[in-house]
Ligand binder design. Structure first.
Ligand code: GN1
Length: 502
């Protein structure tokens, strides 16, 4: 740890002496904590960071319009447009890789859930399903099930390690939650949690913001902080030791995420890709999803916050959106590619600017909650490594089956606990009906198929199928075929055993 004098001097040369302005008012304990926190900062890089933040916030965002092109449709693999045998071939390849323990999953869970308005990690959110399962539990059970399906098919005992990138905000509660839930019956030695870095928020004139008299306002370095965190925490070595060659990276909030999706993995493997992105067709021009496109001939994602509205509105001859490849934050990387990024490219990742309302103490020591943005937060984005890929592929999946993110609190128009819950229930209802079940409402009336015109605006059918019973709708015919089932209907392992015995 640095001494007070050393720190003072370094902060002065970084142009940030105000950081210690309340030092004399701090008690011994707070001084120790503050010294520790400041010692962990990259003080050498602090000056550059602060100046860079101001420069980035000042420079108008580049207008990409003249350089941008959609990804050519022929280079996109598509679930909807591929025939069954093709999909089965990819799935088989994916299951084979999983069965050989060559696949890991990595969860991006460092965010603060500000839009959702909760103080705890988003993965701990219960969207109000009949079983009350949280996002973390659903994801854990899908890992368990896909391991089991691969084992059964290939007569082996495979492992999908689950890497979880947290931040200072989310690590402790996530660890506690997993422990309390007995790691959802996964082997804890296959769950690797680590923290991404935090960086200081900066005022518009380049000063580090004090959140308290002895505390700097820090924020995670964006989900693109992943690549630094992989290095800081020896994650690539861990993958190598375990023989993991493919990493499925996803963000915490999509209730429909197919963990270690064998179809996507098989598609990427068959194409020899080192980097792949799943997309869905954008629902409407202003939908807050990044767009996979080409900028000056190079495939990349342009984030929704940086996409020009007039470009987003462009439509083709059939009325379809020209830029329709919506990023769902579901990526596949080979370990070799990640190693390359770690060694050669991670410091070249673009810095994105977010202007935020950052609570602070003013020069008189008053705590202020700003009503308009006062701070610059710099973030890296996970997809900004795509341009470094040698063989990048795009895989389009069906939105109803694979994408329903939880971003906002109930009351917002989209991406809320209600929309997430309803998407999952509707999917499970479709699975049950496709397996040959007839579902009844509480009055004993037959329910129309989910999504059909007669389903209209009626409340979603309460049909929830445990991922431990079915990963993606498979194996349900023998349990549900020809049966008439009253709702609410919960198909968990116990019920599945009873149905099988009948
Ligand atoms: C930096 C990043 O990964 N942004 C992603 C991510 O957005 P957030 O608003 O950060 O949750 O998830 C979106 C899909 O839910 C995706 O469209 C977008 O590109």
């Amino acid at each position: 740890m640095l001494s007070f004098e050393q720190l003072k001097q370094r902060l002065e040369s970084a142009g940030q002496p105000h950081v210690l302005q309340f030092w004399s008012e701090l008690c011994e304990e707070d001084r120790d904590t503050f010294l520790q926190e400041l010692s962990q900062l990259d003080l050498k890089g602090l000056k550059d960071h602060c100046e860079g933040a101001v420069r980035a916030a000042d420079s108008p965002s580049a207008n990409l319009d003249q350089h941008i092109q959609p990804v050519p449709p022929e280079s996109i693999g598509s679930v909807r447009k591929s025939d069954k045998s093709c999909l089965a071939e990819w799935e088989n390849e994916g299951l084979l890789q999983i069965s050989q323990s060559r696949v890991g999953v990595l969860l991006l869970a460092g965010g603060q859930g500000t839009r959702l308005g909760v103080q705890y990690p988003k993965g701990m959110y219960n969207v109000g399903l009949p079983t009350g399962k949280t996002l973390y539990q659903i994801q854990a059970e899908r890992i368990y099930k896909i391991q089991e399906l691969s084992n059964r098919k290939h007569g082996c005992k495979c492992t999908i390690p689950w890497y979880i990138m947290t931040s200072e905000f989310t690590l402790a509660p996530t660890e506690k939650f997993f422990k309390e839930n007995n790691y959802f019956d996964l082997d804890p030695s296959n769950i690797v949690m680590f923290e991404q870095r935090m960086i200081p928020a900066v005022t518009f004139d380049g000063k580090v913001i004090l959140q308290g008299k002895g505390k700097i306002a820090m924020a995670p370095d964006g989900n693109g902080g992943l690549y630094q965190a992989l290095v800081d925490n020896n994650v690539l070595e861990d993958m190598k030791k375990r023989g993991v060659e493919y990493l499925h990276v996803y963000c915490v909030d999509n209730i429909l995420v197919k963990m270690a999706d064998p179809v996507f993995i098989g598609f990427c493997v068959n194409r020899g890709a080192d980097c792949g992105a799943k997309v869905v067709e954008k629902a409407y021009p202003a939908e807050p999803v990044g767009v996979v496109c080409k900028v000056q001939g190079v495939s990349q994602v342009v984030e929704y916050s940086e996409f020009q509205p007039q470009t987003a509105e462009l439509r083709g001859p059939g009325g379809e959106l020209v830029y329709s490849a919506g990023n769902i934050c579901n990526h596949l990387f080979t370990r070799a590619f990640l190693q390359d990024v770690a060694e050669k490219f991670k410091d070249q990742l673009k810095q994105h600017v977010a202007l935020k309302k950052v609570p602070f103490v003013d020069s008189c020591g008053n705590h202020v909650k700003p009503t308009k943005p006062n701070g610059i937060k710099m973030e890296k984005f996970v997809f900004d490594v795509f341009p470094f890929s040698r063989n990048f592929v795009v895989f389009e999946v069906v939105r109803e089956d694979e994408f329903s993110p939880l971003k906002n609190a109930d009351g917002a128009a989209t991406d809320t606990p209600t929309t997430a819950r309803n998407s999952l229930l509707a999917q499970h209802c479709r699975w049950a009906m496709a397996a040959g079940a007839t579902l009844l409402d509480e009055h004993g009336n037959t329910l129309p198929p989910a999504g059909s015109a007669s389903a209209g605006d009626s409340p979603p059918t309460q049909c929830e199928i445990s991922p431990l019973v079915s990963y993606f709708g498979e194996g349900l015919e023998k349990l549900l075929g020809g049966r008439t089932l009253p709702t609410p209907f919960i198909l968990d392992e116990k019920r599945a055993k009873e149905l099988q015995a009948q």
